[in-house]
Design a protein around this ligand. Structure first.
Ligand SMILES: *Cc1c(COP(=O)(O)O)cnc(C)c1O
Length: 463
């Protein structure tokens, strides 16, 4: 074994070889040396693990082609397009909400030119970046004031740090959520410097439980949206209105981590489980926090909306400054919020809402077009099947959306193998496996992506 390792050439010798010289001319010595080191490490590892019995021939065109492949792999974009045929519309792992063209244009403008990000053009004085969305958020939610940070997790942390540090946060044992990426409410509360006072039991927390727990140390009564699970059976919980009234009678701030956050009523699409931000504030919640890139359909960010005095306190706190929204997301957020203003119809203009609200005939027609287009791939079995889609992103977890999928099968590959090849293709196509078949749910697929899917599947299935 150690003899095998001794046979590996020195990087220096490889770098001086005739085969290396065109690469050195093209990419420079340092880059080629780095790629050689990476390749030798890979070869050493392959020998050590027994994957390879002998080292390759080094002074060959083939070896230097692998060195060049290593260099170019490091130069292609790591963040790449993925086609979402999973049926999960707000899928955190693949980037959640798609943005409206208006939001994309706003991002381009904000990136390409200088802007009045923090400048009042009328007076020439410095101003706050929050002004660009605050009036819109007030109009759309009925809040007195609002401030926007990086994401909803940051909003919760910032809010509790600012309002409850050194004091107590009362929360139900049924709402001590963990959401994706290990965001655990008890940990967030601890991180904020507040102390968690748990009340009730997993399935039942009554108003009286909160009442008994509130004392002179209590700063916040926290309600959280149980985004990704439901407690069913013998359950009890206090209403939001009751909780807010209790909080106010005790001089405590009522805060709600809403997670997704919808600005309009989606119940006419059968999407009944998501409370509207405006209603929550009307029911007496002092501060509500929600994501920009879930059901709202905008960029990643976290909105904190509610009482003016509390928002003013947040705005002047260093943690909010440290977590403030960046200019590109701010541009996209403003543009997205404007699509909620009349005469725009958000259900038409905002991709997430359009996809959620899309009628079955439209979804089916897309499935038919996709089926036709992949049917040209030789040896591929294609059928249209009924499917179930989900909002995702912790919204409406139990709410199934009817959908259609194109199920693919081929005698030469298992469904898993097909899924893996499609996932590693270009563009990557992400489907799901159902009943032993590789299925492409078309609910979140764009019409414009159908030719790309057909091409990617054809490549993926080529021998
Ligand atoms: C998604 C979610 C969050 C975190 O939102 P991010 O924008 O991903 O940081 C927090 N709380 C709840 C209830 C959520 O559903």
């Amino acid at each position: 074994m150690s003899d095998t390792f001794r046979q590996l050439p020195q990087i220096h010798a490889l770098l001086e070889s005739a085969q290396a010289s065109p690469l050195v001319v093209r990419y420079g010595r340092g880059v080629v040396a780095h790629a050689l080191r990476t390749r030798l490490d890979e070869i050493r590892e392959a020998l050590r693990s027994g994957r390879e019995a002998t080292p390759p021939e080094f002074l060959t065109t083939h070896f230097f082609a692998t060195v060049e492949a290593t260099i170019t792999a490091g130069r292609t974009r790591s963040l790449r397009r993925v086609i979402n045929a999973t049926g999960i519309i707000i899928h955190t792992n693949i980037g959640r909400a798609l943005l409206a063209p208006e939001a994309l244009e706003a991002i381009q403008d904000a990136g390409r030119s200088y802007s009045n990000l923090e400048l009042d053009l009328a007076t020439g004085a410095r101003s706050s970046r929050h002004v660009h969305v605050e009036a819109l958020l007030r109009e759309l939610t009925g809040a007195e004031a609002a401030v926007v940070v990086n994401n909803c997790a940051a909003a919760v942390l910032a809010c509790l740090t600012c309002i409850a540090a050194g004091r107590e946060v009362v929360a139900s044992r049924g709402e001590l959520i963990e959401i994706g990426g290990s965001f655990r409410m008890p940990d967030v509360i601890a991180q904020s410097g507040a102390r968690l006072r748990e009340v009730g039991a997993t399935n039942k927390t009554r108003l009286a439980d909160y009442e008994a727990a509130i004392g002179p140390e209590t700063a916040v009564l926290l309600k959280s949206h149980t985004s990704n699970f439901r407690i069913v059976g013998f359950t009890a919980k206090a209403s939001r209105r009751e909780l807010a009234a209790l909080a106010h009678s005790k001089g405590v701030v009522m805060v709600e981590d809403l997670g997704s956050g919808v600005l309009i009523d989606l119940s006419r699409f059968g999407l009944v489980d998501e409370p509207v931000v405006r209603d929550i504030l009307q029911e007496g919640v002092d501060l509500v926090m929600f994501s920009g890139d879930k059901l709202l359909g905008g960029p990643q960010c976290g909105v904190i909306a509610g009482r003016a005095a509390l928002v003013a306190k947040l705005k002047s706190h260093p943690i909010v400054r440290a977590m403030r929204i960046d200019k590109l997301s701010l541009a996209a957020l403003e543009a997205t919020l404007r699509l909620y203003q009349a005469p725009n119809d958000p259900l038409e203009k905002i991709p997430v809402l359009r996809t959620l609200a899309e009628r079955m005939v439209t979804v089916k027609a897309r499935a038919e077009r996709l089926a036709l287009s992949v049917a040209t791939v030789p040896g591929l079995g294609v059928e249209i099947v009924e499917s179930t889609a989900y909002a995702g992103g912790g919204a409406l977890p139990q709410q199934d959306l009817q959908s259609f999928a194109v199920a693919l099968n081929t005698p030469s590959l298992s469904a898993e193998a097909m899924a893996s090849r499609a996932r590693t293709g270009d563009p990557a196509v992400l489907g799901r496996i159902r009943d032993g078949k590789f299925c492409l749910d078309v609910r979140a697929v764009l019409d414009s992506e159908i030719p790309d899917i057909a091409r990617a599947i054809q490549q993926a299935l080529a021998p």
